[in-house]
Design a protein around this ligand. Structure first.
Ligand SMILES: Cc1cc2nc3c(=O)[nH]c(=O)nc-3n(C[C@H](O)[C@H](O)[C@H](O)COP(=O)(O)OP(=O)(O)OC[C@H]3O[C@@H](n4cnc5c(N)ncnc54)[C@H](O)[C@@H]3O)c2cc1C
Length: 380
């Protein structure tokens, strides 16, 4: 049975970011990933300025900028394509990084490069944790067993580690469905350098370039009347959106570039760490996609946790310190994205009219203040 001081379960964005920091600090760790075919996957991903500041500390910022589209503005539109709000991102230049959108595959591949093969065990899906032993004993579905002093659960939305640690916590079912795709087209000039989102009848559709000829799009359908399986089903479900949405869906290559997922309700988790185990990324703090901060907060929290572990690598007090100092920001960002999610899901025409009026009249510096608070890293 092998032993590591630190074991990380899950090689997604959170686990990989943490592993890169631990590697650079020369700490003893082992990363276990469930996938047997562990090749970089996914469509597009947004990285906010907060995530790019972390990537700068890992030495990966320039490589990401080379592969990404820099976003100059965030644009929110109504059902007819009319502008509800526009936020100029150049106002955050004092934070020295930019908001980008890139292929999730490229990001994962860059993070993977920083991890020696001996640190990574693939095809290892965690099944059980024995808390009774002096070291934690981990059992995987293939029968493999190993021990560790401290465990980090970075195993995503349906985290097994969270299930074992907090068995009463449940994701709540929700009728809403989330779709993502990559379309091969060049957007009209006005959309090209922006992160664009359209709100219509309680549903949303967002899109931005990841490459000059590739557009990453994401969409939430609140109450699909029928099961959505094909691109044509999505086209029909989004028929109430402006014409640009129809063009993007039509340009999507369905064979390899479409992804559908449930969007469960995500109650707050009161604790992130207990019994020598700490949850990270979506396992701890999955949030609605409305602020585009799920991946960025996973990266940011990996940075904070890595710093706590570097200060006290052998001790559970690193987890306590991490919770005490940083959980409040994660909760606040999750609250903000839930609030924006509720606003976007309003569907009664009168309420939507009032909401849209409110959005048009709200001073731009209110949204700018909110984003600046998200983008600023806490000091470590
Ligand atoms: C395949 C994939 C594609 C995605 N594509 C997009 C996208 O296109 N755009 C976007 O915005 N977001 C996407 N996401 C979600 C987004 O990347 C995450 O929300 C965010 O980055 C948080 O990352 P995470 O590392 O906490 O979780 P995740 O990225 O979900 O990673 C969790 C990892 O843990 C592994 N794992 C799960 N259970 C176990 C277990 N029992 N034992 C060991 N390992 C386990 C999973 O295989 C996965 O590699 C995707 C996630 C996945 C897994």
């Amino acid at each position: 049975m092998d032993h590591a001081r630190l074991a990380i379960i899950g090689g997604g964005i959170a686990g990989l970011t943490l592993a890169n920091f631990l590697e650079q600090a020369q700490l003893d760790y082992q990363l276990y990933e469930a996938a047997v075919d562990y090749t970089p996957k996914g469509l597009g991903i947004w990285l906010g300025i907060n995530a790019m500041q972390v990537m700068r500390r890992l030495g990966l910022a320039e490589a990401i900028y080379e592969r990404a589209t820099h976003l100059e503005a965030l644009r929110l539109m109504d059902q007819k394509g009319g502008l509800l709000r526009q936020l100029d991102l150049s106002q955050f230049k004092t934070l020295e990084e930019q908001v980008v959108c890139l292929s999730r595959q490229d990001l994962q591949a860059l993070l993977l490069k920083g991890i020696p093969t001996k640190r990574l065990k693939t095809g290892k899906a965690l099944q059980e944790i024995d808390f009774a032993t002096q070291s934690l004993t981990l059992t995987f579905t293939d029968g493999h067993r190993s021990t560790c002093d401290l465990l980090i659960g970075a195993d995503g939305l349906k985290s097994r580690v969270r299930q074992l640690l907090f068995p009463t916590y449940r994701l709540r079912p929700n009728a809403a469905r989330c779709f993502r795709g990559i379309a091969c087209l060049r957007l009209p000039e006005s959309f090209r350098r922006a992160g664009n989102e359209v709100w219509a009848g309680g549903d949303l559709f967002g899109f931005c370039h990841i490459q000059p000829e590739e557009v990453f799009w994401w969409s939430i359908k609140q109450q699909p009347k029928a099961e959505i399986r094909t691109l044509q089903d999505i086209q029909d479900a989004m028929a109430h959106f402006p014409e640009i949405v129809e063009q993007i869906i039509a340009a999507t290559d369905v064979r390899s570039r479409l992804h559908a997922a449930e969007l469960p309700r995500l109650p707050f988790l009161k604790r992130h760490a207990e019994r020598r185990i700490c949850l990270l990324g979506d396992a701890a703090n999955a949030m609605r996609p409305n602020l585009g901060q799920g991946g960025s907060m996973a990266i940011e929290s990996a940075y904070y946790l890595a710093n706590c572990l570097m200060q006290t690598p052998d001790s559970e007090s690193a987890f306590i310190q991490y919770e005490k100092q940083y959980r409040s920001k994660l909760h606040w960002v999750k609250q903000q994205s839930a609030w924006v999610g509720r606003l976007s899901a309003l569907s009664h025409p009168v309420i939507v009219g009032l909401r849209n009026l409110g959005l048009r009249l709200t001073p731009a510096n209110v949204a700018a203040w909110q984003l600046a608070s998200i983008y600023r890293l806490k000091s470590v």
